[in-house]
Design a protein around this ligand. Structure first.
Ligand SMILES: [Fe+2]
Length: 297
């Protein structure tokens, strides 16, 4: 898979598909970073390196005064997008109306050009699972997600984009992950946040070809990317958000940038946080890559 993804080569010529890259009307945000508190001083000291911040929605719902002040500070100084973790789009019993209302209030305050959630479930009945759990790739699941997204769209008009997650166990299903992602995007009408690290990890752990996956998903809907490095444990790749971005993920990012109307790229580093210079170096590299494909000035 690494060889397959790396075939494009970071400096190599990747064919650009102009039809697909024109589709979206969403604005360009550039290259940014998932906001984490340890970054805070460095973000302000290195303001030109960071085009936008992605904030975690749940950190600001029912927030204490300190987080409220932080939100105002960030909103004043950076373009923001809102990234949800706990809406549980795949829950058959529906999304919690109160959670949707709180998200709506946050989005109304921040006024991001779009917001995002995961194609996953985090709740079953009244049980909070505590992490992003994979869904079976079935028609029934697609219908559940469509129903939930419809309910959300009635409350929140800001465009919602949907992100692919990693999964350690492949549940029995009726379609491939790529077919499922396409069905979800088409059924909900949502654009996609393609986490290229998650895609790389899944392709290795579940033994599929990235190129085939990219041929099957609606690349014309891919408007944002996530990237970071993970680690390996007993032969399995884990999306721990803990390491520098590996060469295979950079190559995959380039492949997608050449073919999709990407408007924003966010680095998602949560663990093993390095010096901000290392973060900034990755942001510069992503920005240079996007410029090579004329994604933004
Ligand atoms: Fe992600």
């Amino acid at each position: 898979v690494a060889a397959e993804a790396g075939a494009a080569g970071e400096e190599g010529a990747v064919a650009v598909a102009p039809d697909s890259v024109m589709r979206t009307s969403l604005p360009t945000l550039g290259v940014g970073v998932g906001f984490r508190e340890p970054f805070r001083p460095d973000l302000f000291l290195n303001r030109p390196e960071v085009d936008f911040l992605e904030i975690t929605a749940e950190h600001y719902l029912d927030a204490p005064a300190e987080k409220r002040r932080e939100l105002i500070l960030l909103t004043t100084h950076f373009p923001l997008v809102v990234h949800g973790l706990d809406l549980s789009l795949g829950s058959a019993e529906g999304v919690h109306p109160r959670h949707v209302e709180k998200l709506a209030a946050l989005i109304d305050e921040v006024k991001p050009p779009w917001w995002s959630e995961h194609i996953a479930f985090t709740r079953s009945g009244d049980v909070q699972i505590g992490h992003l759990s994979p869904l079976p790739f079935t028609r029934e699941t697609v219908d559940v997600i469509c129903r939930n997204v419809d309910a959300i769209k009635r409350v929140i008009s800001t465009p919602l984009i949907l992100e692919n997650i990693t999964y350690l166990v492949a549940l029995p299903g009726e379609m491939s992950e790529a077919e499922f992602l396409r069905a979800v995007a088409e059924g909900t009408g949502c654009d996609l946040l393609l986490d290229v690290t998650n895609l790389f990890i899944n392709s290795v752990n579940h033994g599929y070809e990235i190129r085939e996956f990219l041929a099957q998903i609606p690349l014309e809907r891919v408007v944002q990317l996530h990237f970071v490095g993970g680690h390996e444990q007993e032969g399995v790749l884990i999306d721990s958000h803990s390491r520098a971005t590996p060469p295979e993920v950079w190559a995959l990012m380039e492949e997608v940038l050449a073919r999709a109307p990407v408007r924003a790229i966010a680095l998602e580093r949560d663990e093993g946080i390095p010096s901000f210079e290392e973060i900034a170096e990755e942001l510069r590299r992503a920005r240079a890559m996007a410029r090579r494909y004329d994604r933004w000035a």
